[in-house]
Design a protein around this ligand. Sequence first.
Ligand SMILES: Cc1cc2nc3c(=O)[nH]c(=O)nc-3n(C[C@H](O)[C@H](O)[C@H](O)COP(=O)(O)OP(=O)(O)OC[C@H]3O[C@@H](n4cnc5c(N)ncnc54)[C@H](O)[C@@H]3O)c2cc1C
Length: 428
Amino acid sequence: MSYIETYYRRALGPNTVQRPVLEGALKVEVCVVGGGLAGLTTALELARKGRKVCVLEANRVAWGASGRNGGFVSPGWAARYKNIRRMAGDAHAKELHRLSIEGMDAVLKNVHTLAMEDAKPTHGIMGAVRYEATEDLKAHRDWLEKEFDYRVDFKSRDEVQQMLVSPRYYQALFDPNAFHFHPLNYARALAAEIERLGGGVYEGSPVVATTLGGATKIARTAYGSVEADHLVIASGGYTGNLVPQLKRSFLPIATYVMLTKPNRELIASAIRTDAAIGDDRRAGDYYRLVDGGERILWGGKITTRTTEPRLLGRLLHETMVSTYPQLKDLDVEIVWSGLMSYARHMMPQIGRLQPGVWYCTAFGGHGLNTTAIGGRVVAEAIMGESDRYKLFAPFGLAWNGSIAGRAAVQLTYWAYQASDFLRERKSA
Ligand SMILES: Cc1cc2nc3c(=O)[nH]c(=O)nc-3n(C[C@H](O)[C@H](O)[C@H](O)COP(=O)(O)OP(=O)(O)OC[C@H]3O[C@@H](n4cnc5c(N)ncnc54)[C@H](O)[C@@H]3O)c2cc1C
């Protein structure tokens, strides 16, 4: 049982310890299923408050999306603000946006308080657009400052092109508070902290059955079982049939990342910033320099197929070259994919299934700040400290439509791509 080949696995910190498989019977107050960032954060928040916790992970800590992603940590949710406002109302949408900022701050605080040097946080994420948007971006900047006291900087087309040598880009908003980092090292440090506080983290321990009816909840693995007062399901896009209600309520969506070969000089002819870059297209590109500018880590594309498409590296390479033609000779070294879980409304699913049974999942493609706040509000609810988790009530366990749902997601994605294309062409 090991991590798949990714940039993060190659750049793993010195602590590569393999955690034990659960054997025998264990009793805890809270048992968390899934050792991604949602599960680890929930467990850590509870362990910090003195609760006896354990995390059961089927593979390795952060083996799923949490250890393979782009590493961008920024405010917001996978659903767009205007859609959240439509679903939940203006005041509620603002409250949720504040939570998303709190989630980002919580991650940064963990990085600092736990002195995670190998998480290597670098501040600055630039949201660049591929069409003329000066007025819209300035209005958005002003709105963020007025509503959330959150400052971002506007960058003109000239300024953007100094940093991103591509004819594709127009203006950008630069967020100096947001950051990018090594998510796998971060997650592994959270696991170590849970253990330091007396919690258990078990790897290679998939939960294969649960008993949820009585006051004591039971999670069973191949070689052991856990009795707990509370069970939290945080198994992301890798959730199987363990809890059928959850399985029906989200779709696993695959997305992809590549790492280029090293070529500092060639890369500097295209990208001249250590900020991470994303565009505002649906499932658009996101990328950043790694290894001090030696390589690019480039992500993009989504499919509803959970197997890797053939020629994936070539597809991502084509996308990169369509933005930066000067990088046509920059080869791909490795490519990988990961599964995100998406509900139909694109908001996380956070709530209580029945007394003592919680779920904290469906963070989609914006999970690094949102898992931090998801885990925190579930922990607060278990402690009886707050009912902030109810802010997620408007986004219930909507049925995903199964095969029809998959087709609908793929069609919607293609329709979005078409509208992005038309918008860019208008500015060309
Ligand atoms: C390629 C990629 C790029 C991304 N880039 C970004 C980004 O730059 N910024 C951002 O904010 N978000 C990004 N995301 C999204 C983000 O990574 C996810 O939203 C987040 O990591 C989800 O965390 P999770 O804990 O819910 O799920 P996961 O990290 O997938 O964790 C779920 C875990 O549960 C385990 N599990 C499943 N079933 C069982 C079981 N029965 N028993 C025990 N364990 C089980 C799995 O093995 C897995 O480790 C990206 C995602 C991908 C895939």
